[in-house]
Design a protein around this ligand. Structure first.
Ligand code: NAD
Ligand SMILES: O=C[C@H](O)CS(=O)(=O)O
Length: 513
């Protein structure tokens, strides 16, 4: 049988690359969680067409694996499996759901190193960041394994003596979970854990660029005893995503879609779900302002800038996108920032001293290049970086600081999603708020100030879903993560995240005496 392999740039190459791939897999053989099949109805399966696509390491282009390039027929099979499983999963005792989720959590913790290696291999982020992501992602499983036991109803005391009012919370049914490339474990557990706790069954469509982590997680869910059909993972190439996700959006048996990704694709999904009035939760792009006032602790502001900006090489939805620095501490902030950026080492994330890895693909690198070149052509100044790093690898862009940003520049309004700090100087608080809110996105925002009155004033006025005050890393399993405006609909994490997968049912018992 000649295997047709659709590689990531869409060309069909005939089957003699299997030796390359098997050699690569042999090198990874200790990574027992690297899969070459998708996971449907408790079984490891290929695509009905036998098509595959390749997953590569963005640090060096090495092929890591070939996995199924699936289509609507494959998604239909997964949907049927999830529908069958829902009847039982939604009716087992919450304590039993909780126990199975706890089993999965324990296996995810036990396999932390292998999971982190897979994240670094397919996503490129430094290994230490991958370990942090595994811990962060696992905290959602732990949190919702507990929440599963506390999904209670209500008894409402009414004004009518012959009636008694009850409210129950019930799982919405089969849900589609579609996730982005940048946090391939945490973006899944943030949705999947809440959905499982609520009693829903799931069809996961991970990013085409980083699917291996999802498949590894499915293996551990299988080992944990989570029943067949409860968790399903469908994989697809860039050319297959629209049909796979379109099927999930339009099939009335799928009662909700939880999507993490770009605003552009989020809008497509929202439109596709509208005809069925399907529940949607959209976690979309950001354009976070990072405002440093004259009263700020500059050392803390600089360290926070580095930690929040260069996480995943700047490819984080909550990464600061526009740095607004007040005139009184501008020079001090810039001077200290350049010193710290000069310490950052770029390279393959599997090397322990690397702090900045590659971007995920050529499109991302070219987007960054265009944003910087456009800004420079309109008067911006590059203080450090500002160029690709071909000597390190095709997908590397140097950590960059660019100043004198103006409204006419694309970098002023667009989500950068790369290792580029763009800085504007401002004079007054009013000016900072005007610039900060001058975007149709509203996910996160950051304030660095020593004035408590200013902190509360600005926090109130910032048009975002989440505010970091004197802190650059704000995500946690207990909090309602999400944004406003075009950054999305709904929340993930905390008890708020459960509500995305639950419906209320009101029961009125009358004729009582
Ligand atoms: N708000 C959040 O919680 C959050 C978290 C992470 C990333 N993001 C955002 O995600 C974006 C980066 O992630 P990305 O590049 O993976 O996003 P993306 O929108 O390109 O892809 C997201 C998912 O949709 C799939 N997809 C791509 N094109 C599709 C199409 N036409 N139809 C159906 N599905 C399609 C992808 O395979 C992936 O699984 C950034 O904008 C970032 O801000 C937001
Ligand atoms: O990219 C977006 C993620 O949600 C970032 S975080 O790890 O949740 O902060």
């Amino acid at each position: 049988m000649i295997l047709y392999r659709l590689n990531t740039i869409g060309h069909i190459v005939k089957g003699n690359s299997s030796s390359v791939i098997m050699n690569q897999l042999r090198k990874l053989s200790h990574l027992h969680l690297i899969k070459q099949r998708a996971y449907v109805d408790g079984k490891w399966v290929g695509a009905s067409t036998e098509k595959v696509f390749q997953v590569s390491n963005p640090a060096n282009g090495e092929i890591l694996s070939e996995i199924p390039d699936m289509n609507e027929k494959d998604v239909e099979a997964a949907t049927k499996a999830a529908l069958t499983a829902f009847k039982k999963w939604s009716n087992i005792r919450p304590y039993d759901r909780s126990k199975l989720m706890r089993n999965w959590f324990d296996l995810m913790v036990k396999n932390q190193e292998t999971l982190a290696q897979i994240i670094t291999l397919e996503g490129g982020k430094p290994y230490a960041e991958s370990v942090a992501e595994v811990n962060y992602g696992n905290s959602y499983i732990e949190f919702y394994a507990e929440e599963a036991k506390r999904i209670n109803g209500e008894i409402i005391s009414g004004t009518q003596p012959t009636k008694q009012y009850f409210v129950t919370s019930n799982p919405i049914g089969v849900v589609g979970l579609i996730t982005s490339f940048n946090f391939p474990l945490a973006m899944i557990t943030r949705k999947l854990s809440a959905a499982l706790a609520a009693g829903c069954t799931c069809i996961i469509k991970p990013s085409t660029d980083t699917p291996l982590t999802a498949l590894a997680m499915a293996e551990l869910a299988h080992q944990a005893g989570i029943p067949k059909g409860v968790v399903n993972v469908i994989t697809g190439s860039h050319g297959s995503n629209a049909s796979i996700v379109g099927y999930l959006c339009s099939n009335p048996d799928v009662k909700g879609i939880s999507f993490t990704g770009s605003v552009e694709v989020g809008k497509i999904i929202n439109e596709r779900c509208a005809p069925n009035i399907k529940r949607v939760c959209l976690e979309l792009g950001g354009n976070a302002p990072f405002i440093v006032y004259n009263s700020a602790n500059v050392a803390n502001a600089v360290q926070s800038a580095i930690s929040s900006k260069f996480r995943c090489s700047g490819q984080a939805c909550v990464a600061p996108n526009r740095f607004l620095v007040q005139d009184g501490i501008y020079d001090c902030f810039i001077e200290n920032l350049l010193v710290e950026i000069g310490k950052l080492k770029m390279g393959d994330g599997s090397h322990k001293d690397v702090k900045v890895g590659p971007l995920i693909n050529v499109a991302q690198v070219e987007k960054i290049r265009h944003l910087v070149e456009d800004a420079v052509s309109k008067g911006a100044n590059v203080l450090i970086g500002g160029r690709k790093a071909p000597l390190v690898g095709d997908l590397f862009y140097e950590p960059t600081v660019i100043t004198d940003i103006r409204e006419t520049m694309h970098i002023y309004r667009e989500e950068i999603f790369g290792p580029v700090i763009s800085i504007l100087k401002f004079r007054t608080e009013e000016e900072s708020l005007l610039v900060a809110n001058q975007t149709d996105l509203g996910l996160a925002g950051y304030i660095f100030s020593g004035d408590i009155n200013q902190i509360f004033r600005v926090s109130k006025e910032l048009e975002v879903g989440m505010v970091g005050v004197n802190e650059g890393i704000i995500s946690a399993a207990e909090i309602p993560f999400g944004g406003i405006k075009s950054s999305g609909i709904g929340r993930e994490g905390g008890h708020h995240g459960l509500r995305e997968f639950l419906d209320y049912k009101y029961i009125c018992v009358g004729n009582l005496n």
